[in-house]
Design a protein around this ligand. Structure first.
Ligand code: THU
Length: 161
């Protein structure tokens, strides 16, 4: 058998909600609240995020869809744009993502899409500060990932240009 190489495995903690810090729990609650800001008449899939900044501010974002589907934006990139425009130069320390189907109350497991991973990576590299990522899994468990870069193996960044 040929030698197998491995470039990256994602280290993560799996934690019950009660085992998250009070701050992390608050962030999850803010991400749930943000789902209400979703404009998703096409997918009926509501995604809400909360981003914590190093100055203590919490920013919410929700997916914003468009009749021209590719013009829509994921919740993560909506929140990133708010942070970059309104809190320029202030590092994002945490990201929590939550999602549910419209007209339902149960939250679903979710993980950022590939484009959002690339966008999160750019910000994380630029700010030189890790962004802790909290993602909901089945049965009220959460994955806690120490930095956004761990979400994206074989990453493309400015060092390639
Ligand atoms: N979506 C997000 O907002 N974030 C994710 O992490 C995954 C997907 C949105 C995009 C689209 O509005 C809907 O979810 C269905 O794909």
């Amino acid at each position: 058998m040929k030698k197998q190489n491995s470039i990256l495995t994602t280290p993560f903690e799996k934690l019950a909600f009660e085992d998250l810090s009070v701050f992390e729990q608050k962030l999850i609650e803010e991400a749930k609240q943000a789902c209400q800001k979703s404009y998703s008449p096409y997918s009926h899939f509501e995604v809400g995020v909360a981003m914590a900044l190093e100055n203590g501010t919490i920013i919410q974002g929700a997916n914003q869809e468009n009749a021209s589907f590719p013009a829509g934006l994921c919740a993560e990139r909506v929140a990133l744009a708010v942070c970059q425009a309104q809190y320029t130069g202030i590092a994002i320390t945490h990201l929590a993502v939550m999602a549910r189907r419209a007209n339902t109350t149960a939250y679903l497991p979710i993980s950022p899409c590939g484009i959002c991973r690339q966008s999160l990576l750019e910000v994380e590299l630029h700010q030189k500060n890790n962004m802790i990522v909290l993602l909901p899994q089945q049965n009220e468990y959460f994955y806690k990932i120490e930095k956004a870069a761990y979400l994206l193996p074989f990453q493309f960044d400015q060092s390639h240009l």
